[in-house]
Design a protein around this ligand. Structure first.
Ligand SMILES: *Cc1c(COP(=O)(O)O)cnc(C)c1O
Length: 365
């Protein structure tokens, strides 16, 4: 049988290895000049005009971002349930309450009508997730947040470079987090980058990641050690020079799949949106798990399910959900399947994916 097509894979080349070697030879490996340079380059590349603060994971970025924005016990933050658990976890870790709302079925991102309905006097903010690399419904969410005087915090973990109406994701919120985990659109090994709307939030983020210190041993507040190392920053800086080309390849792969798949619903892109295809997600209404198994066992095509259990049903988070029923979220969790779309795919890989999906879809119809 032909080689297994992996669902995702980081691209790590000689440039990244040489960058690591350069930092290792310098003898200075903890947070230093590479991190500072990475932060400036990241801002200039993705969210011009906003300061970036590097941390050691995307999850730490969400957690520290919420703390920097003043979120804490007694507050509520509205989050989608159809996302990675880190979204709701980060809210719970501050002592605030994650309030789960449903998604709208096209883009799989949070439903603005549901957000408006979930607002209470305790609502401090709303955290849209630009899921799969498609921007959330910011056009509708911004006026709702403004009207009710609540903040927007963006989970842009999967959406480096995504745009809506000419504006980059990461420019809508009080802060926005981009993950640099290996399967994301670019990586630093592990890591996260937080863009901030104000110098004040950026300064609080810098304090929180480094024991509350701006000057050594003059700790101003209680903080964490969430620093990124210069080794990781050096990898990230190289990846930053390549990510636009990778995104173009992801988009070309997605366009080929859109045009070639037959009998399945391909991922829609709303007017004015630029999708960066972290995932290429289709729906398989009947026996999705059987479809995934057949792709793997009969065609050697790796597909992913993001996410099989909605966050409001997870043992860790269900205490916040109070028997909540979120029909679109639960339907999506049963139906979604993500096909490989990453930039390492060859034309032959794409044709194998198309042939496998179309054959299985026909057989199931
Ligand atoms: C990956 C991811 C995170 C967490 O990022 P890490 O870098 O893995 O901590 C948070 N939210 C979403 C939607 C993600 O995909």
């Amino acid at each position: 049988m032909s080689e297994f097509i992996v669902p995702a894979k980081p691209i790590i080349g000689d440039d990244e290895r040489m960058a690591v070697d350069r930092v290792m030879r310098s003898g200075m490996v903890a947070q230093g000049p590479e991190v500072a340079a990475f932060e400036n380059e990241f801002s200039a590349h993705f969210v011009p005009g906003r300061p970036s603060v590097a941390v050691n994971s995307g999850t730490a970025g969400l957690h520290l971002g919420l703390l920097a924005a003043g979120v804490g016990p007694g507050d509520e933050v509205i989050v989608p349930s159809f996302t990675f658990a880190a979204t709701g976890n980060s809210v719970a870790l501050t002592g605030a309450t994650p309030v789960f709302v449903d998604i709208e079925p096209d883009t799989f991102t949070m439903d603005p009508v549901a957000v408006a309905a979930a607002i209470t006097p305790r609502t401090r903010g709303v955290m849209p997730v630009h899921l799969y690399g498609h921007p959330a419904r910011m056009r509708e969410l911004e006026p709702i947040a403004k009207k009710h005087d609540i903040a927007i915090y963006e989970d842009a973990a999967q959406a480096h470079g995504a745009m809506l109406d000419g504006r980059p994701v990461g420019s809508f919120g009080e802060f926005a987090m981009f993950s640099l985990y290996p399967t994301k659109n670019m990586t630093s090994g592990e890591g996260g980058m937080v863009t901030a709307a104000s110098d004040e939030v950026a300064r609080k983020l810098r304090l929180l990641r480094n024991q509350g210190m701006e000057r050594q041993y003059e700790n101003e507040i209680i903080g964490f050690n969430a620093r990124m190392t210069d080794i990781h920053a050096a990898i990230g800086r190289v990846q930053l020079t390549k990510v636009d080309a990778w995104t173009k390849t992801r988009q070309a792969n997605a366009a080929y799949l859109d045009a070639s798949l037959d009998g399945v619903t391909v991922p829609p892109v709303i007017d004015g949106a630029e999708h960066v295809y972290h995932q290429y997600t289709i729906r398989v209404p009947e026996d999705r798990d059987g479809f995934v198994a057949a792709l793997k066992n009969e065609y050697n095509v790796g597909a992913g399910v993001y996410y099989p259990i909605p966050n409001h049903r997870l043992p860790s988070l269900t205490s916040y959900a109070n028997n909540l029923h979120l029909p679109e979220t639960e339907k999506a969790a049963r139906e979604v399947l993500s096909l490989p779309v990453h930039p390492s795919l060859t034309q032959e890989d794409l044709d194998r994916i198309v042939c496998a999906v179309n054959t299985l879809a026909k057989a199931g119809a």
